[in-house]
Design a protein around this ligand. Structure first.
Ligand SMILES: Cc1ncc(COP(=O)(O)O)c(C=O)c1O
Length: 385
């Protein structure tokens, strides 16, 4: 009997567990009989303010001409990024979301006999992109505070390593590593290994924590920094991100990307979003205030959380083995969508994205309703009173 194409697909591809995103509003509305407008989604680290009005305007202008292919080289957007961040345009790779950049890196630098090093509890796409190439995943245990253990990651790097991934801040933990430590880590990585510094949430950092990793790219030919327009810039639905690396790396990524990997609407919107400082400042403020609002409420409920540098908070829901899923389900029934993180080996935790003050309030009110009823069960299942 002939084998089917699926049976002949590489073992490492058939073994991939697909990415689990946040549950969409429309799906929950149908399942629980809500109006979509009654649902609060705090599940995908999106910007609760939506997109910048300037970006929307630029997108609408671009929408008049969708019969044509986008600029496959992204000339205008590269010029805008180059101006905004003082980097040469030969350092820029545009992606269909920064996710695209991560995938391009995996395809360019990993293959079955090579290794990919990343931290336990770090962003799921490092594992997915690694597995899709057949490379060996080397998962380094996190610190007690659920952050990256950079010393252990350095020790995990060897002659077979192709890529080492660092998310700063990390998703879903929200943990952050100070600039000095990161640079010392990069400087200590052998030159044959590409370091990916994933900065999807960097715009949310407080002034005192900020650093300019693009300056490091000039010093380290084996560094790629990735950035996203999906978070503080509010363009998640358009799918746009970029990578900054020296031209030798950029050139390789350019060979394997799809010819038109970034659509015209995304390119136009991103050009405008980059220079809308008011919108960015407002997004940062709403996030900062929302973070305090959530931290206070979780403390009042007696719940512990990991201090977060991102636009989300990881909260421990109890000591029952599936505490996160139980609270997730109870909140869904109240029309509040959060993100369970059992797939990150954190089954007792829930990740909550920071929303507007009113959205955060809905989540807090739902928690105040569901926790007393769940609490005895959540702790009793773990043998505690
Ligand atoms: C750490 C991190 N990196 C990258 C991404 C990918 O984002 P996007 O493809 O929307 O730019 C995400 C999305 O959640 C993330 O959390």
């Amino acid at each position: 009997m002939m084998d089917s194409p699926s049976a002949l697909a590489p073992e490492y591809v058939r073994g991939i567990a697909p990415y689990q995103g946040g549950r969409p509003i429309s799906e929950i509305a149908r399942e629980f009989g809500f109006q979509e407008s009654e649902i609060v989604k705090l599940a995908s680290n999106e910007n609760p303010l939506g997109m910048s009005p300037k970006a929307r305007e630029a997108m609408m202008v671009a929408a008049a001409d969708l019969g044509r292919y986008p600029d496959g080289n992204g000339f205008d957007l590269k010029a805008a990024i180059s101006k905004r961040f003082s980097v040469p345009d030969s350092w820029i790779t545009l992606g269909n979301g920064s996710n695209d950049i991560l995938e391009l890196v995996a395809h360019a630098f990993l293959q079955p006999e090579r290794e990919s090093v990343y931290s336990q509890h770090s962003f799921a796409v490092y594992a997915l992109a690694t597995q899709a190439t057949g490379a060996k995943a080397v998962v380094v245990p996190a610190t007690a505070g659920l952050g990256h253990d950079l010393s252990a990651m350095r020790r995990a790097v060897n002659a077979r390593t192709g890529v080492v991934w660092v998310a700063n801040p990390n998703n879903p933990t929200g943990t952050f590593i100070a600039a000095k430590e990161i640079e010392a880590f990069i400087a200590d990585i052998p030159h044959h290994v590409l370091v990916v510094l994933d900065e999807a949430y960097t715009e949310y950092l407080a002034e005192e924590d900020r650093y300019n990793a693009f300056e490091w790219v000039a010093k380290y030919p084996n560094l790629l920094v990735s950035r996203s327009f999906s978070k503080a810039y509010g363009l998640a639905g358009l799918r746009i991100g970029f990578g900054i690396s020296q031209p030798a790396i950029t050139d390789l990524l350019n060979r394997i990307r799809q010819p038109f990997n970034v659509n015209s609407l995304a390119q136009a919107a991103a050009c405008a979003a980059l220079f809308d400082q008011d919108f960015l400042a407002q997004s940062q403020r709403v996030n900062r205030e929302g973070m305090v609002q959530l931290e206070r409420a979780m403390t009042a409920l007696g719940l512990s959380f990991i201090p977060s540098w991102g636009n989300f908070l990881l909260v421990k829901m109890g000591s029952a083995p599936d505490a996160g899923m139980q609270v997730f389900k109870a909140l869904l029934a109240k029309g509040v969508i959060t993100r369970p993180v059992a797939n990150y080996e954190l089954p007792q935790w829930l990740r909550i994205s920071i929303g507007t003050s009113a959205e955060n309030e809905r989540f807090i009110a739902a928690m105040e309703q569901v926790m007393p009823a769940l609490r005895s069960g959540l702790n009793a299942a773990a043998g505690r009173s």
